[in-house]
Design a protein around this ligand. Structure first.
Ligand SMILES: [Zn+2]
Length: 180
């Protein structure tokens, strides 16, 4: 069901499954790992909501270190009910107070429409309960996402909510004004 033209070549996962490769990498990681002794509350008291896009390395792009932030990711970085659930827990149980939203250029959701849902329903005989959250204008989508966070009745802190578009070609963030 993927529409991506950029599926990795078979050769990239030549020996074993990709999951085997990840588990092997973890063994190397753990062998050099020392317990940083942190508690679960993010040091910078920030939650970052971003698209799951593979080209977006949030920690590198934002200069984040282990323990600094919560990262909440999904297709599009859409502020769904489940993202609000995570943000609510992030703020009320784990002490964050700033929210950063990151969408990006060339998002897969720009090439989808809500027809995706309809086609899915036809194929599997069940209508998904979720919206595709497809969009045409990434700036407007960031504004809508900021608005959903700011107007959520469940969040304690909605005064520091900022939204950005990450350019996958330059690595730069561009801030989106809440109205515009
Ligand atoms: Zn995306």
């Amino acid at each position: 069901m993927s529409t991506s033209p950029h599926l990795p070549a078979e050769s990239a996962v030549a020996s074993g499954t990709v999951t085997d490769r990840l588990v092997e990498a973890n063994q190397r990681y753990a062998s050099a790992f020392t317990d940083p002794g942190m508690d679960a509350r993010p040091v910078l008291r920030v939650a970052v909501v971003a698209c799951m896009d593979a080209r977006l390395d949030l920690h590198a792009a934002l200069g984040l270190e282990l323990g600094d932030c919560h990262t909440i990711r999904n297709a599009g970085g859409a502020v769904t009910d489940d993202v609000i659930r995570s943000l609510t827990i992030s703020q009320r149980a784990l002490g964050t107070r700033s929210v950063v939203l990151i969408h990006h250029t060339g998002c897969g959701l720009e090439s989808l429409t809500e027809d995706f849902r309809h086609e899915l329903e036809v194929e599997v005989g069940q209508r998904p309960s979720w919206a595709v959250e497809a969009f045409r204008d990434v700036d407007q989508d960031v504004r809508q996402s900021m608005q959903r966070v700011r107007t959520s009745p469940f969040l304690l802190h909605t005064d520091d909510v900022r939204g950005f578009v990450f350019d996958v070609k330059t690595g730069l963030l561009r801030e989106i004004e809440p109205t515009g």
